[in-house]
Design a protein around this ligand. Structure first.
Ligand code: PLP
Length: 375
């Protein structure tokens, strides 16, 4: 399969599709209904909650299902409106579902300190320590980055937050299914997840909320999800997420080995064939996620050329409203705007083979050396 964009989204796992189809067919009852159709839907939601909890090492009551990673992040951040402390610390390489929200929260009097990262994208724990103020009410630093795969030293960072009694949230959307996730080991109070990043359905996510952490709902209505997310539950989506999380855990070792192998082949073959390339990702980041800058060609052209060959990758830069802009994440790593616009993100998945990977390298080399998208 020539789809190399698994950080954007993944295809549904076959087993997940089956359980979702069965749910849609057989269990259409409203989980809040008192009759047995309702009870059945309620019980399969609770089974999915247990699966999700087990896959990240927490208790089922610490899981709230949401409409995705974006919503989980928003739920945490919007709670700053009610906080007596109005200062948030975050990092320069967060997803827009963090940075844009914090920008919006300015109008509610919420102030933000954005921590710089080093050349590999890591937040320095000393800098986090120095940024803490009397009025710091939340620290939100992502677990793994979606553009480069860099993994933060979460335990060190959350340890500092604990010392000062500050709630610590982490966007863990890119982690499940690629690295072992145990929320208690990381020491966080809250962590966001999204099913479609680990072979589950789109439009369903979860937020881990540690036992004693109190949040107010973003969405009001019927009081579902312990009053934290009103609205009739997306039953098949939640069931799909539960199954996908279970498979993410049970298939992790095999998946990691596969992704590492593909990454190795890709990096070494590309290095041998194209001069002056710069890898922005490191080998100790998320397996199978590669950010590479190719100085001799803009990523937009490469993307088109690869698409013509039926191959999907992503540019390292943010594409909004049809214009390609330098990626703020790569900028934070110190990349020049020129190199920024010449960066590709390749994210391998379970369905890619070694042969597919070699074909991808071959296509990139052909396009770059001929300097033509048609080549
Ligand atoms: N956070 C990170 C790190 C992501 O990569 C993404 C998806 O691209 C999101 C949040 C948003 O998740 P969702 O698409 O489920 O809203």
């Amino acid at each position: 399969m020539y789809y190399f964009d698994h950080c954007a989204t993944t295809p549904l796992h076959k087993v997940v599709l089956k359980v979702m189809q069965k749910t849609e067919n057989d269990h259409f009852g409203n989980p809040s209904s008192i009759h047995s159709w309702g009870h059945k839907s309620r019980s399969i939601i609770e089974a999915a909650r247990s699966q999700m909890a087990d896959s990240i090492g927490c208790s089922p009551y610490e899981i709230v299902f949401t409409g995705g990673g974006t919503e989980s992040n928003n739920l945490v951040l919007y709670n700053m409106i009610y906080s007596s402390k109005n200062h948030v610390i975050t990092s320069a390489i967060e997803h827009p579902a963090i940075l844009k929200v914090l920008n919006r929260l300015k109008q509610f009097g919420v102030e933000t300190t954005i921590l710089k990262v080093d050349k590999s994208g890591i937040v320095n724990p000393d800098e986090l320590h120095n940024a803490i103020q009397q009025n710091t009410g939340l620290i939100s630093i992502m677990y793994a980055n979606n553009e480069t795969g860099v993994i933060q030293p979460l335990e060190d960072l959350s340890h500092i937050a604990q010392k000062y009694g500050i709630p610590f949230h982490s966007d863990g959307v890119q982690t499940l299914g690629k690295i072992p996730v145990n929320v208690n080991d990381t020491g966080v109070d809250m962590m966001s997840f999204s099913a479609h990043k680990f072979y589950g359905p789109k439009g369903v996510g979860a937020l881990f909320i540690k036992g004693n952490t109190s949040l107010k709902s973003l969405i009001l209505g019927g009081g579902q999800e312990r009053n934290l997310r009103a609205g009739t539950e997306n039953v098949s989506g939640i069931v799909g997420m539960g199954k996908a999380s279970e498979l993410a855990k049970s298939e992790l070792k095999e998946t990691q080995a596969h992704l590492n192998k593909l990454e190795q082949i890709f990096v070494s073959d590309l290095r041998q064939n194209i001069k002056n390339i710069k890898f922005n990702s490191t080998s100790n980041g998320l397996p199978g996620v590669v950010s590479v800058s190719i100085p001799s060609m803009e990523s937009g052209k490469l993307l088109i050329g690869l698409n013509r060959r039926g191959m999907a990758v992503s540019s390292g830069s943010a594409c909004s409203s049809g214009t390609v802009k330098p990626s703020p994440v790569l900028k934070a790593l110190g990349l020049s705007n020129d190199l920024n616009l010449k960066t590709l993100r390749i994210s391998f998945g379970k369905g890619n083979s070694e042969e597919d990977t070699r074909e991808l390298v071959k296509a990139i080399v052909e396009i770059v050396t001929r300097k033509s998208t048609y080549g």
